[in-house]
Design a protein around this ligand. Structure first.
Ligand SMILES: [Cu+2]
Length: 110
């Protein structure tokens, strides 16, 4: 994540994997990492178990949120990280309250 070119390539690879139904990003050591870059959640979709942690890293210069309609919301100020411990019923679509075109998905497994 050092250059714009690399970020764009990772973004494209991530999008291609989702479109192709490829493997989802999985947690390592109990934490799954989601980057926020150029107004997008990368990867778009993550697969987690209850009790694992999702950590969003906001690499943009403005605030974002991970917001579930009618549910929870995590605010991620620019240049910071924010986390949420996954609970049951956390298979959800989420978006950014400030940029509704930013969309992500969490798939919770047993
Ligand atoms: Cu946003």
């Amino acid at each position: 994540m050092t250059t714009g070119t690399l970020n764009r390539r990772q973004l494209l690879l991530s999008g291609a994997a989702v479109l192709a139904g490829g493997p989802l990003a999985r947690a390592h050591n109990g934490t799954v990492h989601v980057a926020i870059e150029n107004l997008a959640f990368v990867p778009t979709e993550v697969e987690v178990r209850v009790g694992e942690t999702i950590e969003w890293t906001n690499n943009d210069r403005f605030a974002h949120t991970a917001t579930v309609k009618g549910g929870w919301e995590v605010t991620i100020p620019p240049g910071t990280k924010a986390t949420r411990v996954v609970t049951a019923n956390d298979s959800v679509n989420y978006y950014c309250r400030f940029h509704p075109n930013m969309k992500g998905r969490i798939v919770t497994t047993a």
